[in-house]
Design a protein. Structure first.
Length: 255
């Protein structure tokens, strides 16, 4: 009988552990439903605003910088190169501090959201410009010469002949940068933007629920990145160039 009693102790202890976990989860339902999730939904909306505004502006500015580096006159090429060197070399966190804390000392006040937005656009455009520059340089010079022979100016040839082809080649790199943008948007909280990470930090500090708050944020980012990755892969397949990397297999299969 003593042996049976002693053998049942670990079972009872394990049962009690799982019961306590279940009770803890049930007791936290009001916290998740009434406090954490509403705050994170508000933070998600701010994150989406940052990403949706940064992505097109960063892409267009990056395209302008890339075209300037490849086809611009010498002074413009050097300015574009210095732009890329600075904003690729400067850590994004430092750049945000300069915009938010540094500029007010010389009379320029951008505010928290605008500081984050400008910082993200500058950083995103610098990286995008490198993807686009490589794609522009991969287009054979004869393409532009053919456009000039048809009566187009150099600017028209670049805009209507070279750039459309380069965009398809740059799509994998640019789309990858878009995914990175979603993740490094979490740095906006350091300049007082209450996006996903900022909202979680406030809730965690107030209720001392750090694991729950940041685990939930991790799930939010995971879902965002997964959905974006699926969309990016669809775009890459749709606009893939036949005969280039994975597009060759797609063409051979008759898809």
């Amino acid at each position: 009988m003593d042996n049976l009693t002693s053998a049942s102790v670990p079972v009872d202890g394990l049962s009690g552990f799982f019961q306590s976990m279940l009770d803890s989860i049930i007791s936290q339902i009001p916290f998740w439903q009434d406090i954490l999730l509403p705050a994170l939904w508000d933070g998600l909306w701010v994150t989406m605003q940052l990403v949706i505004m940064t992505a097109p502006l960063g892409f267009l500015l990056g395209l302008l910088v890339a075209v300037s580096r490849v086809y611009g006159p010498a002074p413009v090429k050097w300015l574009a190169k210095l732009y890329v060197i600075f904003f690729r070399g400067c850590p994004l966190l430092v750049l945000l501090f300069i915009l938010y804390f540094g500029l007010p000392s010389i009379g320029i006040v951008l505010g928290s959201f605008m500081s984050a937005l400008v910082g993200f656009i500058l950083c995103n455009s610098a990286y995008n410009s490198e993807y686009l520059r490589g794609a522009l340089q991969s287009i054979k010079r004869g393409q532009l010469l053919a456009a000039r022979s048809l009566g187009m100016t150099k600017a028209q040839g670049v805009l209507y002949v070279v750039v459309p082809q380069a965009l398809r080649r740059a799509l994998p790199g640019v789309s990858n940068e878009f995914i990175y943008l979603i993740k490094y948007s979490s740095l906006a909280y350091v300049v007082a933007v209450i996006e996903l990470t900022g909202a979680a930090k406030i809730i965690a500090s107030k209720y001392f629920m750090y694991f729950e708050a940041f685990a939930a944020v991790g799930v939010f980012y995971l879902v965002l990145v997964t959905i974006t990755t699926i969309g990016v892969h669809w775009l890459e397949k749709k606009y893939a160039i036949p005969g280039v990397s994975g597009a060759a297999a797609k063409t051979d299969n008759g898809q």
